[in-house]
Ligand binder design. Structure first.
Ligand code: TMP
Length: 206
């Protein structure tokens, strides 16, 4: 048997990190062997790439360079974390995965969905999530949360509202395209409710 690969997606400030933390707590209490990781990052090399991508001083970064760096970070993380865990029959919950590249680079940066998908195929090979949970929060609400909750603001957060709107529209298209895999939760509901709904979706597949 193989573990399940579950990813969380959403715009900035969707609250997915808090939801993942709470979900992991419950799964652990139920002795469900699960690991949590994040993208970009999760392992040393990928965390170094993350620093380069998100550094607010890297203003001159080209959009294709950005897309390649996310894919490179993804590859290393898959090889070191995701595949070994799934093979060892652990479930993997990842904070962002390839849908982020499709939405942010494909739509937000206008690089094109097919181009970014093809670029990422080299990184992911056949590794696609069994379930993707999209925490739906309109970009204005999410960005307000980011700027008011004191978390460190990164290069992507500082993009224009137009960029974040395009990312959001991109996610909506992905939801239409992959209805079997991507499930949506209204992220403007109270956190407890969002956690409960996420757990219910996860229980359905594990
Ligand atoms: P985080 O704030 O959820 O940790 O994600 C870091 C930022 O990187 C966030 O603005 C989304 C962005 N991102 C992409 O643009 N493409 C990707 O492939 C990934 C994984 C994240």
């Amino acid at each position: 048997m193989k573990g399940k690969f579950i990813t969380f997606e959403g715009p900035e400030g969707s609250g997915k990190t808090s939801v993942i933390k709470a979900v992991l707590e419950v799964l652990k209490q139920n002795n469900i062997d699960t690991i949590v990781s994040r993208e970009p990052g999760g392992v040393r090399i990928s965390e170094s790439i993350r620093e380069i991508i998100l550094d607010v001083d890297n203003k001159e970064m080209d959009a294709r360079t950005e897309a390649l760096l996310y894919a490179a970070s993804r590859r290393q993380h898959i090889v070191e974390v995701v595949l070994p865990a799934l093979t060892a029959n652990k479930h993997v919950i990842c904070d962002r995965f390839v849908d982020s590249s499709l939405a942010y680079q494909g739509f937000g940066r206008d690089l094109g969905l097919d181009e970014i998908f093809n670029l990422n195929l080299f990184a992911i090979d056949t590794c696609l999530p069994d379930l993707t949970i999209f925490i739906d929060v309109p970009p204005e609400i999410g960005l307000n949360r980011v700027f008011s909750n004191g978390r460190t603001v990164d290069r992507l957060d500082l993009e224009t509202i137009d960029f974040h709107q395009k990312v959001y529209q991109g996610y909506q298209q992905l939801i239409q395209k992959y209805p079997e895999r991507i499930k949506v939760i209204d992220g403007t509901k109270p956190l407890e409710k969002v956690i409960e709904e996420a757990l219910s979706l996860i229980r359905d597949i594990i």
